[in-house]
Design a protein around this ligand. Structure first.
Ligand code: ASP
Length: 340
């Protein structure tokens, strides 16, 4: 059988870092990394390319655009694309890429590691192999590969900073996993395929995220509006609860509407959520993020605010219309089946 041809794009993070006594002291180039990885199995022909080299806490929206453009420009030449990335913001990047790259014709798989590849105990070797297997699977979509599981890119959440199973799927079972049978890919929930691949890399950078706490009052939202923030995501308690019995909410939400600033409400409990009920408790003037992960809600609002509008349509109305669609499997399939 012909080996699958895979493009491997590196962006930095722990996986490619050189550990020092007080944290990483540098990053290895793809060529320097190769011997530590032990090389790609014969089933794959891997081409490496460095896109940037940094701790992912420093990844900015411009780098999501750079990465999306790079991936889009290589669709035709490869069976699949793997991206190595730091784990701290990996779920933001995988979510944003899911929106910027609608209908990818090939698998795009993002991975990283908790322990650098240069360390003997690195989880990077198995994570890379898991990513390669998914990249060669022929199943199009944006995915995260970590600790033997494959997650939808727009539902991945980093839940652990030390354990090797650092990523979980908000609300859903994972998409696929590695077992003694190899890469096991159940039929559900797979991304819908078809449609024309596109690069939609416009975004709005001025989206704020507020984790609600008992110390807040609603006028904190007006402060953000005055400072020029163009969209707000609120993480409400549990699956999205807000203290609506406190004064000020209807007035503040109405004023934000007048100023054309969309407000999205999602929940603080990402491990388990209920699509139907979290929608029901969303107050007038807020867009329900349903059971989306916070990472998906923030990146989706950034993306929606930059999409085309109908003539005369307000920014909020347009963003809400885009936001309501399930664009990249960001809404839980489990929730959908519960509520249908
Ligand atoms: N701080 C690192 C990063 O996100 C952590 C990691 O890669 O695991 O780049």
């Amino acid at each position: 059988m012909q080996p699958s041809s895979i493009l491997l794009l590196t962006t930095g993070g722990t996986i490619g870092s050189v550990p020092g006594p007080d944290g990483p002291i540098g990053h290895l180039s793809p060529d320097e990394l190769l011997p530590h990885w032990g090389g790609a199995p014969e089933a794959y022909t891997v081409t490496w390319k460095e896109i940037f080299q940094q701790d992912s806490v420093n990844v900015q929206p411009a780098q999501w655009q750079q990465l999306a453009r790079e991936i889009f420009s290589h669709y035709a030449a490869y069976d699949g694309i793997v991206v190595t990335h730091g784990t701290d913001t990996l779920a933001y990047t995988s979510s944003m890429l899911s929106f910027m790259l609608p209908n990818p014709p090939i698998p795009v798989v993002i991975t990283g590691a908790q322990i650098p590849l240069v360390s003997p105990l690195s989880d990077g070797v198995s994570n890379l192999r898991c990513a390669l297997a998914m990249a060669a699977s022929g199943i199009p979509g944006v995915f995260v590969a970590f600790h033997g599981t494959i997650l939808r890119g727009a539902r991945a959440v980093k839940t652990h900073s030390l354990s090797l199973d650092a990523f979980h799927c908000a609300g859903d079972p994972h998409t696929a996993h590695i077992s003694a049978h190899g890469l096991v890919i159940p039929r559900e929930p797979l991304p819908a395929s078809g449609g024309k691949p596109a690069l939609r890399d416009a975004l709005c950078e001025k989206v704020a995220l507020l984790k609600w706490s008992p110390s807040f009052s609603p006028d904190i939202l007006l402060l953000l509006a005055r400072e020029g923030w163009e969209g707000i995501v609120i993480e409400g308690y549990g699956k999205g609860g807000l203290p609506l019995a406190r004064e000020g909410w209807p007035d503040v939400l109405a004023r934000l509407r007048e100023r054309d600033i969309p407000v999205v409400l999602c929940g603080q409990c990402q491990a388990e959520s209920d699509y139907g009920e979290s929608a029901a408790q969303c107050p007038a003037g807020c867009i329900s993020g349903k059971d989306m992960s916070t990472e998906a809600a923030v990146t989706k609002l950034m993306w929606c605010l930059a999409q085309p509008r109908d003539p005369g349509q307000s920014k909020t109305a347009a963003a809400e219309a885009w936001f309501r669609q399930d664009l990249a499997g960001e809404k839980s399939t489990r929730g959908k089946s519960l509520c249908s």
